[in-house]
Every structure is written in structure tokens, then in C-alpha cells.
Ligand binder design. Structure first.
Ligand code: HEC
Length: 101
């Protein structure tokens, strides 16, 4: 085998490995596509308060609607460019983990 053949074969092996990885990606759960509320929250929401505001005794959020409004208010304060899906993922995450409405 000469050098060119070897290069050609390794290129072929590499590109089929890529295709394989791509096909395998179809089964990735939706959270892995940037809608992970927990991760979004961790990245952007610990700048002014920790998660203790969600569990303190006198917390002011008393309904799912209020939670959604507060997340939007805080989100606008930080200026993170979230889509509604991202905001909803964070609302969902906070509700599941802390508020349980
Ligand atoms: C610019 C500062 C700031 C950032 C960043 C911030 N918050 Fe807040 N957040 C506040 C303040 C101030 C309060 C009110 C705290 C208080 O009353 O002691 C609050 C309260 C809250 C509450 C209500 C807690 C309760 O009493 O039930 C929620 C929910 C909340 N924030 C969610 C978020 C989320 C989600 C993010 C990320 C997008 C975020 N915050 C980022 C400033 C911020």
C-alpha cells in the first residue's frame, strides 16, 4: 500500500466514524439540546442570590404563575437572551426542585 492509499483509507474511516456519531445523536434526550433548566439556572441565576431564596420562610412566590413572572423579571435584570423555551425550562426546574406547585 502506498501513502495515498493509506491517507484515503484513514479519511474514510474517520468520516464514517463521524456519520456514526451523528446517527447516534438522534437518541439524545431533549435536555441535551440547550434546554436544560438546571444548567441554565446554574450558569445565570446565582449572580445576585443563591437557591436559598427559593426555600426561605418568607419567600414571596406563591403560585406557578408568580414563579413564571418572577423568573422573567430576574431574567430581564440579568439580560440573558433566553427564548421562552429556556425560561420555561428554568421555571419547570425551579418548580420541580423547590416550589412544587
Ligand atoms: C440582578 C440580580 C438578580 C439576578 C441575576 C437574578 N435574580 Fe432572582 N431575585 C433578585 C432579587 C433582588 C430577588 C428578591 C430577593 C429578596 O426579596 O430578598 C430575587 C428573587 C427571585 C425569586 C423569588 C424568590 C421567592 O421569594 O420566592 C425567584 C424565583 C428568582 N429570583 C429567580 C431568578 C432566576 C431564575 C434567575 C436567573 C435568570 C435570577 N433570579 C437571577 C435578583 C436577581
Amino acid at each position: 500500500m502506498n501513502r495515498i492509499t493509506i491517507t484515503f483509507i484513514s479519511a474514510l474511516v474517520l468520516s464514517s466514524a463521524c456519520l456514526f456519531a451523528f446517527a447516534g445523536g438522534v437518541n439524545v434526550p431533549p435536555e441535551a439540546h440547550g434546554r436544560d433548566g438546571g444548567k441554565l439556572h446554574e450558569q445565570h441565576c446565582f449572580k445576585c442570590h443563591t437557591d436559598s431564596v427559593y426555600t426561605r420562610e418568607n419567600r414571596f412566590v406563591k403560585s406557578l404563575d408568580a414563579l413564571s413572572k418572577q423568573v422573567k423579571r430576574c431574567k430581564n435584570n440579568v439580560g440573558v437572551p433566553w427564548f421562552d423555551e429556556d425560561t420555561n425550562a428554568v421555571v419547570h426546574f425551579l418548580n420541580e426542585k423547590y416550589y412544587k406547585f
